[in-house]
Design a protein around this ligand. Structure first.
Ligand SMILES: [Zn+2]
Length: 222
C-alpha cells in the first residue's frame, strides 16, 4: 500500500536565484560544478546541470542541483528531472499530468478518511482502545496488526488518548489493517483503497524520457 508521503518527484532548483545562501546566520557562498552541458532537443540552445554545495568547511547534508534550458521553446516544452539516479528530459505535460494525479490522490484519500463508512470504523477502533485496561494493552493490539512500530516506551511517550492516536496514525496506508483488527470488511472502502493504490502506482511510474539519460548523478547523492 502507498504510504502517506507528500513529496513530489525531486525537482531541481531553478538556476539564477541568489548565489549566496543564509546558513546558521552566516553569509556563505556556493560551490558550483557543471556536470553536464549539451544541446537542447531542437538544437538551438543548451541544457546545463550544475552540482552545488555550500562553500564552507562545516559538515552538512545540503547539496543540490540547478538545471537550465537556455532555449525558449524547449524550456516551455521540457523539464529536467532526476529519475533513477540520472537527470533526464521529460515532457512538461507529463509532469503536469503527474502533479494532477497526486492532487487527485490526496483529495480522494482525504475524502475516504472523512467518509461516514470510515468514520464508523474509526469510532469503533477508538472504543476498543479506550476499553483496554492499559497503554501496554493498546500497544500490543496495535503492534500485532501492523498499526504501530514503536517500542512500548516510545508509544507511552507519544500516547495522548485513543482519539489523538487515531488522528495522527491512521491513513489510507493502514486502513486495511484497521479493518482486519476489527474483523470488519467494507466493499466500498476496499474498492476505493484498490483504486487509490492504482492511482498511486500510476503517479510513481517512471516518466517516459526524451532521448537517453543525460548524466548519472549517483556519485553525487552519497
Ligand atoms: Zn531547443
Amino acid at each position: 500500500m502507498p504510504c502517506t508521503r507528500t513529496e513530489i518527484p525531486l525537482r531541481s532548483i531553478p538556476a539564477g536565484d541568489g548565489r549566496v545562501r543564509q546558513k546558521w546566520g552566516l553569509q556563505v557562498g556556493t560551490d558550483r560544478l557543471e556536470i553536464y552541458r549539451g544541446k537542447c532537443p531542437c538544437g538551438a540552445g543548451d541544457v546545463s546541470i550544475v552540482f552545488c554545495t555550500p562553500d564552507h568547511p562545516w559538515p552538512t547534508q545540503s547539496k543540490w542541483f540547478e538545471t537550465s534550458i537556455s532555449c525558449g521553446s524547449c524550456s516551455k516544452k521540457y523539464s529536467l528531472v532526476e529519475q533513477n539516479k540520472a537527470f533526464v528530459l521529460i515532457e512538461k505535460e507529463e509532469e503536469h499530468a503527474r502533479e494532477e494525479l497526486w492532487r487527485e490522490y490526496l483529495h480522494r484519500s482525504k475524502a475516504l478518511l472523512s467518509s461516514p463508512e470510515v468514520g464508523e470504523l474509526l469510532q469503533e477502533l477508538e472504543g476498543l482502545l479506550e476499553y483496554q485496561p492499559s497503554m501496554a494493552a493498546c500497544h500490543r493490539i496495535l503492534s500485532a496488526h501492523g498499526l504501530d512500530y514503536y517500542s512500548i516506551g516510545t508509544f507511552r511517550k507519544k500516547w495522548s488518548g485513543a482519539s489523538d492516536w487515531i488522528k495522527n496514525n491512521i491513513g489510507v496506508h493502514n486502513l486495511e489493517n484497521v479493518m482486519k483488527l476489527l474483523g470488519k470488511g467494507s466493499v466500498v472502502i476496499e474498492r476505493e483503497l484498490r483504486s487509490l493504490e492504482e492511482l498511486y502506482e500510476n503517479y510513481k511510474k517512471p516518466f517516459p524520457i526524451i532521448g537517453t539519460p543525460l548524466v548519472d548523478v549517483s556519485n553525487y547523492r552519497d
